[in-house]
Design a protein around this ligand. Structure first.
Ligand code: NAG
Ligand code: NAG
Length: 333
């Protein structure tokens, strides 16, 4: 069996080239499919986030709520006379390498929130208790949860699981409470608006087994991808604020998924970016997760960064090799 000599060498080379380019393009798209999906995620959120915002932004007009909180006693721990939909539970999470230092540093700040809510339950989730909790209640997510590359992903995912299972309030350790959260307990879900889109996950309140929080837990697996092995996008899209805001934006009816924000020029009234004082909190850390976790992320991320170029080169090399082989085989009679 010999190789067929095609009459037109130029034509053959040309066909080769086009086929190679096409295959490479396909391969490129295939390799980048999660990247593309996430680019789309990133791009779409600012476009869709504000749809029906007048329904989910807490307001005097729709909810008869005073977003300045000036009308409420700072000791109001219940929404009474309205129903309390959010159970009286406060969760803090201190996990990962710096957890002990972190807990110690913010001990008084955390206590300020507990003191503001006498008789509420208070949980401090540690590596041990979180591990047991996830293993018991989310066995199907346990392996994924354990395998998260960055500690902050474990923390974020745990926030959603804990909030779904128990309901209540999730607070970052560096949030000092200026008043009780009672007035907000009339809602099913509350989180503060972030800038420029979405919401922050450093403070969330939810009813037990809240459907939206359930979606946050359920979709963890689907979005558990790596953004070219870059830490920041990986965290934001797999478990962080961007992820949670995305899921919020895609809920069919967002009118019960309340976002706490100011109005007009004062839109950032409740924003927890940076060291700020809002009507509810003094945010004493520099930023909710950028401070405590960014150091860890950067540290962990560095060791992986060689992989991207190496894998890309290897992928292209393999693609060429495979295509050459198949070409040869096809040309044989
Ligand atoms: C707050 O209280 C003032 C005076 O009592 C009242 O005029 C105003 O409507 C209240 N605002 C809200 C949002 O309840
Ligand atoms: C969304 O739900 C609320 C009550 O939960 C309801 O009043 C409203 O009409 C719903 N909106 C749409 C568009 O279905």
């Amino acid at each position: 069996m010999g190789v067929i000599t095609l009459p037109n060498r130029v034509h053959r080379t040309h066909t080769h080239l086009v086929a190679c380019c096409f295959a490479l393009a396909l391969l490129g798209l295939w390799c980048a499919r999660s990247l593309l999906a996430e680019v789309w995620t990133l791009a779409a959120l600012p476009l869709i986030w504000w749809n029906n915002a007048d329904q989910f932004l807490i307001s005097a007009r729709v909810d008869d709520f005073d977003i300045t909180f000036a009308n409420y006693s700072i000791h109001q721990v219940s929404a009474a006379p309205l129903d309390d939909r959010i159970p009286p539970v406060i969760h803090h999470v201190a996990m990962g390498a710096g957890a002990a230092d972190h807990t110690n540093r913010w001990k008084d700040v955390r206590q300020s929130c507990i003191d503001m809510h006498p008789e509420w339950e208070a949980y401090l989730w540690t590596d041990e208790t979180a591990d047991t909790f996830v293993a018991n209640y989310y066995p199907e997510l346990y392996a994924m949860w354990r395998g998260y590359r960055y500690p902050i992903q474990k923390i974020d995912a745990l926030r959603y699981m804990v909030l779904y299972h128990y309901g209540g309030v999730i607070l970052d350790m560096d949030l000092q409470c200026k008043r009780a959260l009672g007035p907000l307990r009339r809602f099913d879900f509350v989180a503060p608006a972030a800038h420029p889109t979405g919401f922050s996950v450093g403070f969330m309140m939810a009813s037990k087994k809240n459907e939206f929080v359930g979606a946050l837990v359920r979709d963890l697996q689907r979005y558990n991808k790596h953004w070219l092995w870059l830490p920041y996008p990986t965290v934001m899209f797999s478990t962080g604020c961007h992820y949670a805001s995305m899921i919020h934006a895609y809920q069919r009816n967002r009118s019960e998924l309340k976002i706490l924000a100011g109005t007009g020029d004062n839109f950032k009234l409740h924003s927890l970016n940076g060291r700020v004082s809002t009507p509810i909190f003094d945010h004493l850390g520099s930023s909710s997760w950028h401070s405590y976790d960014a150091a860890m992320i950067v540290k962990l991320g560095k060791s992986k960064s060689w992989r991207t170029p190496v894998l890309l080169v290897a992928g292209v090399g393999i693609a060429f090799f495979v295509m050459k082989k198949t070409r040869r085989r096809r040309l044989r009679v």
